[in-house]
Design a protein around this ligand. Structure first.
Ligand code: AMP
Length: 114
């Protein structure tokens, strides 16, 4: 069993503001939001980084993106826009080694990625 902080959220061992859950995914608000909307979409299956996800899990990665888009639609900001980001490893800015997709919205994102 994985001991990532996100696995502990999935097991309800530590609290989180959960906004979506299905059999394969959970989504909760980021504890340190970088935008008015900042939600993390996290697979229940633990993979440390995107590099560790096998091709057989392509559907899982697609589900993460579609769940984020559905959330944007139901929350009413899909047409205004949002940003999806997945960081990979240290130089990619990854700090939690359990893959997750950031959904950022509610402010204008600049054109860069810094
Ligand atoms: P990353 O740097 O891409 O690995 O993103 C990790 C994200 O997880 C950061 O934006 C953190 O603010 C967020 N985070 C860390 N611990 C928690 C937590 N307990 N609940 C919610 N978000 C968290």
């Amino acid at each position: 069993m994985s001991d990532s902080i996100f696995s502990r959220i999935i097991r309800r061992e530590i609290p989180a503001d959960i906004v979506y859950e299905d059999e394969r995914l959970i989504a909760f608000k980021d504890i340190s939001p970088q935008a008015p909307v900042h939600v993390l979409f996290v697979p229940k299956q633990h993979y440390s980084t995107l590099n560790d996800v096998p091709a057989s899990e392509a559907e899982l990665l697609g589900r993460m993106m579609l769940a984020a888009a559905d959330y944007a639609k139901t929350q009413g900001f899909a047409d205004r826009g949002y940003r999806l980001v997945m960081n990979c490893n240290r130089e990619g800015g990854q700090t939690v080694f359990h893959i997750h997709l950031h959904l950022l919205a509610g402010r204008t994102m600049d054109g860069g990625f810094g």
